[in-house]
Design a protein around this ligand. Structure first.
Ligand SMILES: *Cc1c(COP(=O)(O)O)cnc(C)c1O
Length: 393
């Protein structure tokens, strides 16, 4: 039986069977179990920020796992303190951190902070955006505005009202002094790498401040250099009350973070929240290595430069299946004129590129932040033939 058949037989059917079995990686290249090589243009969904087998990550993780791998939250350790301080330093210094293992858990923390804030201030509902993705656990799922993954698991414990993403007037109308919190992605990721109109996030900040609601920025996909800034909210110069992080932070090791600014940092009292594995020393050491490497190798500037090359290169392709490209930095969607993203993903794979058919008409690119100009150029050069093949299947 092939690995694919064994996967199908052994796992729950929630993922379907993935099309490639990866064996190893190096930099931005990965090899499947049959020895085929691919350029990784999706980076494990914006996770593998340093690419694969980066020596800094390997050394940090190996050293930490060989020193002390786990303490639980009964005992503290230096890597978690260094990481929390480091994140706060990147965010201007004023805040408190909770470390979790994943994105959805970072959002559960934000959800509980907002629930507690609501209960103590008489605020009864939350606002989130249509098509938003905030995770799969029940709190995060209740905020997720995609009926196909949400509705069958309701009812949810909290009243969440959904507004069209990017519409500041709709947001304003939805947020009253009975709203506890507004959850927003600075650019919607799973919805198709959809940026809002300029000024939307700033408007959201003003609306929340005026109504006394917490603004929660879900930067699980958009942060840690993905857009060419440490955090996407920094593009608009807006500070949320609560920020959630995960994906790119650990460079492949599981870690999530929830940061509360100002009063939102001290909503929890002792005992209100916790996690056995959250912020474990190995993942914290990995995250420190990621942040050090982004800093040390000047990757933010690099992301802005190669991100523009990628977008300009795609935009310059003239093809009937190509409508355009959107997003920022190394976080892009190739937008198609017809719903053939699955065919594009398959054609790209045959041509030696891993991309993600995110929406029927949108293909996501989120390569490692270390991708080179030359690697970007090979993808751009291959794109017309990939689109041709995807048009004819
Ligand atoms: C991926 C993602 C999540 C969920 O993260 P998991 O680690 O899969 O739980 C939440 N919010 C956004 C914006 C994401 O992109």
């Amino acid at each position: 039986m092939s690995l694919y058949d064994r996967f199908e037989a052994a796992f729950m059917p929630n993922y379907g069977v993935p099309p490639v079995a990866l064996a190893r990686g190096e930099g931005c290249e990965v090899w499947d179990v049959d020895g085929n090589r691919y350029l990784d243009m999706i980076g494990g969904i914006a996770v593998s920020s340093l690419g694969h087998a980066h020596p800094a990550l390997g050394e940090a993780v190996s050293r930490q796992v060989a020193t002390i791998a786990h303490t639980s939250n009964l005992f503290l350790h230096e890597p978690e303190v260094l990481l929390a301080e480091r994140l706060l330093g990147l965010l201007g210094g004023q805040g408190r951190v909770f470390l979790a293992n994943s994105g959805t858990e970072a959002n559960e923390c934000a959800f509980k902070l907002a629930l507690k804030y609501g209960k103590t201030t008489g605020r009864t509902y939350f606002v989130a955006a249509e098509n938003a993705f905030h995770g799969r656990t029940m709190g995060a799922l209740s905020l997720t505005g995609k009926p196909s993954i949400r509705d069958q698991f309701g009812p949810f414990p909290v009243d969440v009202r959904f507004v069209p993403y990017g519409d500041a007037d709709a947001l304003k109308n939805a947020v009253t002094d009975e709203c506890a919190a507004v959850f927003l992605e600075p650019t919607q990721g799973e919805a198709g790498v959809v940026p809002p109109p300029d000024g939307y996030f700033r408007a959201a900040r003003e609306i929340c401040t005026a109504a006394g609601a917490l603004l929660v920025a879900d930067e699980i996909q958009s942060a840690i250099g993905r857009t060419g800034h440490w955090f996407a909210h920094q593009h608009e110069g807006v500070l949320p009350d609560i920020l959630t992080l995960a994906k790119g932070l650990g460079g492949g090791m599981p870690i999530g973070a929830c940061v509360g600014f100002g009063a939102a940092g001290t909503i929890f009292a002792k005992g209100d929240h916790g996690s056995t594995f959250g912020g474990n020393p190995v993942s914290a050491a990995a995250a420190l290595a990621v942040l050090d490497t982004i800093d040390g190798e000047g990757l933010l500037e690099h992301v802005r430069a190669v991100g523009s090359e990628l977008a300009d290169g795609i935009a310059a392709v003239d093809h009937p299946l190509l409508k355009g490209v959107r997003g920022r930095g190394l976080w892009r969607a190739i937008v198609l004129t017809s719903p053939r993203s699955a065919q594009v993903q398959a054609a790209a794979q045959r041509a030696g590129f891993l991309v993600n058919a995110l929406q029927p008409d949108a293909v996501r690119l989120a390569p490692p932040l270390v991708i080179t100009s030359a690697q970007v150029a090979t993808f751009v050069t291959a794109l017309p033939a990939i689109l041709d093949e995807a048009s004819h299947d």
